[in-house]
Design a protein around this ligand. Structure first.
Ligand code: ZN
Length: 278
């Protein structure tokens, strides 16, 4: 560059130097603009690269967590055998005040490390409406019930009844649980994760496997954490899905299992927390 400006000075008259100087400034500006663009592009590329290899367990492309709400009996009698046949883990958010002795023994009999029992409060209360003192009791009592009855690995995460929460409810949840699932529709990015408002896709009776399977594809393509929510199965419970639809979906999860880490909500949260502290 220095050489070029000397050449210009030596070989040109004043007006020519003036013109070339302008041209030179324009070239410099263009070069610098281009470098800036390249620098920006490089930053984006870097983050994409980091994004792909960062903290998904076993270098998988995405995470899938199946969650079942409300503790309907068919989740345990129909859902768990289908999950067990395929070694697919799941989280069950149960309403502890509605757990009778039969449900308690079915859960205990089926509880393996693949299954998490989480809280869906004691009475399925609207946590915003009942006020923070009662909300605290709902969250605290269901947590201790689960730990007492199903072991210390239970009651680690929760889901908000009807998906209703506000900042004060979130704060109470933060003091008792590792995470809380909302019913806000979406996928969870590990980089902008709100652990106390985990987003979900609602697998209800209107959704066939033809709609639910692409959620998995989307999570894989975009390196996201997909949390699904299922209520009733086979005509039992709210908006029940047919066991044949669940079977088709679980088979799809197995088909693409090389690309996904399928785990319980608490396991995923523990893994994320540990990765961040590593
Ligand atoms: Zn519910």
């Amino acid at each position: 560059m220095k050489l070029r400006s000397e050449v210009i000075l030596k070989c040109s008259g004043l007006s020519r130097i003036h013109k070339s100087y302008h041209k030179y400034i324009i070239i410099l500006t263009l070069i610098s603009f281009n470098l800036n663009l390249k620098a920006q592009k490089l930053t984006v590329d870097n983050s994409n690269f980091f994004y792909q290899i960062a903290p998904i367990y076993d270098f998988k492309q995405s995470i899938v967590s199946l969650t079942f709400d409300d503790g309907y009996i068919s989740q345990f009698t129909v859902g768990i055998p289908l999950l067990k046949q395929r070694n697919i883990p799941a989280t069950f958010y149960i309403i502890t005040g509605r757990v009778d002795s039969i449900t308690k023994s079915i859960i205990s009999d089926n509880l393996t490390k693949d299954f998490e029992v989480g809280s869906h409060t004691v009475t399925h209360a609207n946590l915003v409406k009942i006020g923070s003192e009662d909300a605290k009791m709902e969250l605290l009592n269901s947590h201790s019930f689960l730990q007492r009855n199903f072991g210390v690995n239970s009651g680690l995460t929760m889901s908000y009844p009807w998906g209703i929460y506000d900042n004060s409810v979130k704060q109470i949840a933060r003091n008792i649980y590792l995470a809380a699932r909302s019913t806000d529709v979406g996928y969870n990015s590990l980089y902008t994760l709100d652990k106390y408002a985990l987003k979900m896709q609602n697998f209800d009776k209107r959704i066939g496997a033809y709609s639910a399977n692409p959620w998995i594809d989307y999570a894989i393509q975009n390196h996201l954490w997909l949390v699904e929510i299922i209520h009733g199965i086979n005509n039992v419970g709210y908006s029940p899905i047919d066991s044949s639809v669940l079977t088709e979906h679980l088979d799809y999860i197995k088909k693409v299992e090389d690309n996904i880490w399928c785990s319980t909500v608490s396991n995923v949260i523990k893994y994320i927390d540990e990765s961040k502290n590593a």
